[in-house]
Design a protein around this ligand. Structure first.
Ligand code: PMP
Length: 353
């Protein structure tokens, strides 16, 4: 007789752990392609000197700094060990057995997993034919049990974004007892002026929570830090359910140092956006299907070819992320990395090895 593991965990899908290989070009995890700037590394090293002391529980210094940057009161900001931990905290804080979480599909795979782990039903609404959120269909899928709605903007893995007018209309029609989580992990790569800034939308909507992260544009995926902007009551609820001291001293110091370098972050994000444009144009010109993206990755809706395409790229030294039966997500990297991917993709299309 072994230990009694919760029986329902058997149906929770294993989280897809991205592959890695020595010398491979890593375009499978939507990370930034460059290491953190030296000043950020130095800040992490300095923080390590006091590694025998616990960090600030609620990251007060960083909260104060973010409050000033974003022009929102500090009581509206919660910091987490990556924004993914805040997704989980929000589900935990707002849902119990019998409740429902609503999200688009495909979208970030953590949403339904966190729901299931919390004993909550995840209702998923297919993206529309353009791989975009179908907000009408999502409204129609709301039930009296719906507690949390995730809107990933831009959407992982398709890169599509919801525009301001449709999002405001959606929020206006949704019952305000429901928490809407606008997951803006990729916000810094948006160049369509019609895509709204969630933090502005959240200012006068107490049922909207916005997630941002230092993992993508700030290049700190390995450091694990993100934040949530929401009403003070939502922030307090997150604090109640979060793991104590989950955000390390090193992570808090890194985020503060990164915020000291806005120009560097902006120019790195701008370089990715330029590369995204080049990659999309070349893919289209070479006959590959590609969905217009507002994020640091592109989506190739390859359907049943997805897994084979990703395997082919891996054999050519480029790791991309397949969603079998659906498509392939390719992170935008440095120009030479993107060229390596393009070359693999062209060989695949030409049927040559
Ligand atoms: N939200 C979305 C939409 C994501 O794609 C990711 C990372 N893949 C996250 C949140 C989590 O990012 P992190 O925990 O690194 O902040």
């Amino acid at each position: 007789m072994g230990v009694a593991i919760r029986a329902d965990l058997a149906t929770v899908p294993d989280y897809n752990i991205p592959g890695t290989a020595p010398d491979a070009v890593l375009l499978n995890s939507n990370e930034g392609p460059l290491p953190p700037p030296p000043a950020v590394v130095e800040a992490i090293t300095r923080a390590a000197v006091e590694g025998h002391r616990y960090p600030q529980w609620f990251s007060d210094t960083l909260v104060g700094r973010l409050a000033a940057e974003l022009a929102v009161p500090g009581e509206r900001i919660a910091v987490g060990c990556g924004s993914v931990s805040l997704c989980r905290d929000l589900v935990q804080a707002f849902c119990g057995p019998g409740d429902e979480v609503l999200c688009a599909w495909r979208s970030f795979d953590a949403y339904p997993v966190f729901a299931q782990v919390a004993g909550v039903r995840a209702r998923t609404v297919p993206l529309d034919a353009g791989h975009r959120h179908d907000l009408e269909a999502m409204l129609a899928a709301v039930t009296p049990a719906t507690r949390v709605v995730f809107v990933c903007n831009p959407n992982n893995p398709t890169g599509t974004a919801v525009r301001g007018r449709e999002l405001r209309a959606f929020l206006d029609r949704l019952p305000d007892r429901i928490l809407v989580v606008l997951d803006e992990a990729y916000r810094e790569f948006v160049d369509d002026p019609d895509v709204p800034d969630g933090i502005e939308l959240a200012r006068d909507r107490p049922n909207v929570a916005v997630l941002r992260t230092f993992s993508k544009a700030y290049g700190l995926a390995g450091v694990r830090i993100g934040y949530c902007v929401a009403a003070p009551a939502v922030v307090s609820a997150v604090h109640k359910v979060s793991v104590p001291f989950a955000v390390s001293r090193l992570a808090q110091a890194a985020a503060l140092a990164a915020l000291d370098r806005p120009e560097e972050v902006r120019s790195r994000a701008a370089a990715i956006v330029r590369e995204r444009g080049r990659l999309q144009a070349l893919l289209t010109r070479h006959g590959h299907p590609v969905t217009p993206s507002q994020a640091n990755f592109v989506w190739l809706p390859l359907g049943e070819e997805a897994a084979g395409f990703a395997d082919f790229c891996a054999r050519h030294g480029v790791l991309v992320r397949p969603f079998p039966g659906d498509g392939v997500r390719v992170t935008v990297g440095l120009p030479e990395e993107n060229d390596a991917f393009l070359s693999a993709a062209d060989h695949y299309r030409a049927g040559t090895d």
